[in-house]
Design a protein around this ligand. Structure first.
Ligand code: NAP
Length: 484
């Protein structure tokens, strides 16, 4: 497979080879910008997944036995190849997902940074020698790869979601079987191509496209698979968790969010509005750490609404491949229908549409960047994840009240606070029940820091020095009978 032919290659990747589904069936992948057909990929199911799991299991001892230095070299080579092909990969992401090219490049660079990070971390997979209670014993703790990992990813970051999970798994010594989202399989296949070129042994990197239920059931119930790493909705996460229980698999879950974005009246309002724009409208609002609820203190409420609406209205919607475009389409009609429903619900409850509030004419999947003032806690988006370009603005009076309202959700992924008060930054960071808290900052994702949620946003962490823990187990070896 080559990049210029990737859309015409109808294949999964099993055992280092690009293959069709057993049935020969395929499904179509559509460009969300104009509805054009990009290509077809195999509609594989349980049998192909079982085969991918078996080859991964065969590859496991081979990859596990490589020295840390060798694993690091291969991962680093994968990183270099991705960076060398950054422009082509970004075009694939934009074409199948819709985001503007600059954002797609940012995604490739961010995803690749995780690969480099874990290439470095694999050489520091240290264990412990524990001071023991008996003079004739020595106690060792080593970190071992957990085994074959099943990886299931969504369409909103088709490249970086895979990079984050797979680089940690491989660095720990685990082979992977990936099920990418059906909207964005070509990014996954392009990454497989580069992983093979980088020198990963056959069977360590497998991609199976097709029937989510069948592939998911095989991944979560096949006893060979020892770990499931999932990013997606809380609804599907709960289903996978219960399926994985049957074989007591280790599980990491990166699930939905309902991020509060709190602006106190002492904040720099220009910076808060600029941060809000990125936080809300990046990727057309289809980001798990997107601000979902804006809480603005009384004294700065009107000015914040005005500034954010002004910035949102200046976004340029269009084909993500056009370098002047700053916002792309939504992923599908279901997402469009959801935006209409949120807006109608807010209007019926006296929400004030400051800008947007309707479909944008230029393409069937464009929803205009929308700011809704006078939002109230009985509106649907107070408790539901929007996952689109709607910014509801709630008013608040004091700190205790806003922290309580921000925490009043089943989710706990990301929260944002804008203030210049030092005491308040500490109190907010300590009291917000979230896995990530951005203080005067709305771009916090980086390979050096742990990413993940609490409550129904899931558990487990990606990136950081903790990221490898998700793919390793601790082994305690006790060596007795040592003569003194
Ligand atoms: P989704 O519907 O849960 O789908 C995610 C992935 O799971 C897709 O590949 C999907 O494939 C697959 N899937 C669905 N049902 C399955 C099943 N029964 N067995 C196995 N796989 C199954 O989520 P989405 O709408 O694509 O993505 C948006 C959600 O992801 C949002 O809630 C967002 O917050 C969350 N997300 C979270 C994070 C995070 O880090 N916490 C990051 C990004 C996104 P099919 O489409 O073929 O069903």
């Amino acid at each position: 497979m080559r990049f210029d032919t990737i859309f015409s290659m109808s294949a999964c990747c099993i055992d280092g080879t690009f293959v069709s589904a057993d049935s020969g069936e395929t499904f179509s992948v559509i460009n969300p910008y104009d509805g054009s057909l990009l290509g077809n990929v195999p509609n594989a199911g349980a049998a192909e997944t079982a085969r991918a799991i078996e080859v991964a299991q065969r590859a496991f001892p081979i990859w596990k036995a490589k020295t840390a230095r060798r694993k690091a070299e291969v991962l680093l080579q994968w990183y270099k190849l991705i960076m060398a092909h950054c422009d082509e990969l970004a075009r694939i992401v934009t074409t199948e997902q819709g985001k503007p090219l600059a954002e797609a490049k940012g995604e490739i660079i961010n995803g690749a940074s995780f690969i480099r990070w874990f290439a470095e971390e694999t050489r520091r997979l240290y264990g412990d020698i524990v001071p023991g209670p008996c003079p004739d014993k020595r106690m060792l703790v080593t970190r071992e790869p957990v085994g074959v990992v099943g990886v299931i990813t969504p369409w909103n970051f088709p490249m970086s979601m895979i990079a984050r999970k797979v680089s940690a798994a491989l660095a720990a010594g685990c082979p992977v079987v990936i099920k990418p989202a059906p909207q964005t399989p070509f990014s996954a296949l392009a990454m497989a191509e580069l992983a093979i070129e980088a020198g990963l042994p056959k069977g360590t990197f497998n991609v199976v496209t097709g029937d989510a239920e069948a592939i998911g059931l095989e991944l979560t119930t096949n006893p060979i698979v020892r770990k499931i790493s999932f990013t997606g909705s809380t609804r599907v996460g709960k289903q996978l968790l219960s399926q994985a229980a049957s074989t007591v698999k280790s599980v990491s879950m990166e699930l939905g969010g309902n991020a509060p974005f709190i602006v106190f009246d002492d904040a720099d309002i220009d910076k808060a509005a600029a941060g809000a724009l990125v936080c809300k409208f990046r990727n057309s609002g289809q980001t798990c750490i997107c601000a979902n609820r804006f809480y603005i203190q009384d004294a700065v409420y009107d000015i914040f609404v005005e500034k954010l609406a002004h910035l949102a209205s200046s976004l340029k919607l269009g084909n993500g491949l056009d370098p002047n475009v700053t916002m792309g389409p939504l992923i599908d009609q279901y997402a469009m229908d959801k935006m209409h429903a949120f807006t109608e619900d807010a209007k019926a409850k006296n929400g004030r549409i400051v800008c947007g509030g309707e479909a944008h004419t230029s393409c069937s999947l464009f929803y205009a960047p929308t700011v809704i003032a006078d939002a109230t806690d009985d509106m649907r988006f107070a408790s539901e994840e929007i996952f689109g370009p709607i910014a509801p603005i709630f008013r608040f009076h004091d700190e205790a009240e806003v922290i309580a309202r921000a925490n009043n959700t089943a989710y706990g992924l990301a929260a944002y606070v804008y203030t210049k008060d030092m005491g308040r930054t500490w109190r907010a960071s300590e009291r917000l029940e979230y896995g990530l808290v951005g203080i005067n900052d709305s771009r916090m994702t980086t390979c050096e820091a742990p990413f993940g949620g609490v409550k129904e946003s899931g558990f487990g962490r990606e990136g950081s020095r903790h990221g490898l823990d998700e793919y390793t187990t601790l082994k305690y070896t006790c060596m007795g009978g040592i003569e003194m």
